[in-house]
Write a protein that binds this ligand. Structure first.
Ligand code: TPP
Ligand code: MG
Length: 350
């Protein structure tokens, strides 16, 4: 792909030498992170299908981008997730039960924001980006040594909040990374109907900041590029827009059926780019790991998620009172438990 940084997509000799340069410890850490996220995603989809959690936006295929975003940054750096990165907090040490509870609509699903330095999830598209800039600008004003990273999708780059965030970050020189995961789809809207700029990194020029492109299915390249952006931000160089170029390998979420609006043939073409299999191939070819130990890493991650699912099963069900109490200061009449238990349509005998 044009101008897209890759390690796993390089010729074999270049790939092996670049992986050796990264070293076994870092490579395995990245693989382990991806295994943890994949296990979360697989389990969450099962739980949703069983009716144990509500609607769920799967991130199958996005594990490389998400893992690299955590590993390339320091623990003191702040992350600003959307609905698709609800499990990145587990890579900062939060038990997977917590985001699973969130998807059940349970107040226990609020992770400790200050402890993990992961902001609350923003569902309205692009609204997390001004938050990330505000935090980063604050860091700059206080001469604090941390950077912020805000996640976005290709669709989010059309939202007003995206433009305002990019502009403010650039003019204030804020230490922030805009990580745009270009999976080429915003629910059923393809990239070509989203924008006339097909290389989203080019949008960075309009704000006066660097724009980098990287292979979204290559955890090693993502790590290298994000590390570069973080170093620039930390050393006073201001914001960077990183476009991770990929494809949404799964549906938008558990309530979506992509076959209704996109070609299954295109899906089949992209399927081999699945980032864990690709990383495994690279690591084994470079002699940095053998298939057995990578399978063990994945097995441990699955077992951890199975245990989390069992814990979820034992967790008390959320009550109507808890739902209303944690959203509103005082409960509106139409959310009062009495009203919800005895809806007017039932009383009217409809
Ligand atoms: C302000 C706003 N408008 C509409 C929606 C409904 N919505 C949820 S996800 C989504 C598509 C976002 O696509 P993209 O930014 O490419 O991210 P992706 O879902 O592909 O990760 C839309 C329109 C929303 N959540 N917020
Ligand atoms: Mg998208």
């Amino acid at each position: 792909m044009d101008g897209v940084e890759t390690i796993l997509g390089a010729d074999p000799e270049a790939m092996v030498s670049q992986l050796l340069e990264l070293g076994r410890d870092l490579c395995l850490r990245l693989f382990e992170g991806m295994a943890g996220l994949r296990a979360f995603d697989d389990r969450a989809v099962i739980l949703q299908r069983q009716g144990r959690i509500g609607t769920y936006p799967t991130f199958y295929g996005e594990e490389a981008v998400q893992t690299a975003s955590v590993v390339a940054l320091e623990e003191r750096d702040w992350l600003f997730p959307t609905y698709r990165q609800t499990a990145v907090v587990t890579l900062r040490g939060c038990p997977p039960l917590v985001p699973l509870l969130m998807w059940r609509g349970h107040p226990g699903g609020w992770h400790d924001v200050m402890r993990y330095r992961v902001a609350p999830v923003c569902v309205p598209v692009a609204t997390n980006l001004p938050h990330a800039v505000g935090a980063a600008w604050g860091a700059r004003l206080r001469s604090a040594d941390w950077v912020a990273l805000g996640y976005a999708g290709d669709g989010a780059t059309s939202a007003g909040d995206f433009h305002e965030a990019c502009n403010l970050a650039a003019v204030t020189g804020s230490p922030v990374i805009f990580l745009v995961n270009n999976n080429q789809w915003a629910i059923s809207t393809p990239l070509r109907r989203q924008t006339r700029v097909q290389r989203l990194a080019e949008k960075a020029a309009a704000y006066g900041m660097p724009g980098l492109r990287v292979d979204a299915f290559d955890v090693f390249a993502c790590h290298r590029v994000l590390r570069r952006a973080a170093e620039l931000a930390r050393s006073g160089g201001g914001p960077t827009l990183v476009e991770a170029v990929g494809y949404r390998l799964g549906p938008h979420g558990t309530a979506d059926e992509p076959a209704l609006y996109r070609s299954p043939a295109a899906d089949r073409l992209w399927a081999p780019m699945e980032p864990l299999g690709r990383a495994q191939l690279g690591l084994v070819s470079a002699g940095l790991a053998d298939a057995g130990e990578l399978a063990e890493i994945r097995g441990r991650a699955s077992a951890r998620l199975l245990a989390a699912a069992e814990e979820l099963e034992r967790s008390p069900r959320v009550t109507l009172e808890e739902i209303a109490d944690t959203v509103h200061l005082s409960t509106p009449w139409d959310l009062s438990p009495d009203h919800l238990r005895e809806p007017s349509w039932a009383a009217a005998g409809e």
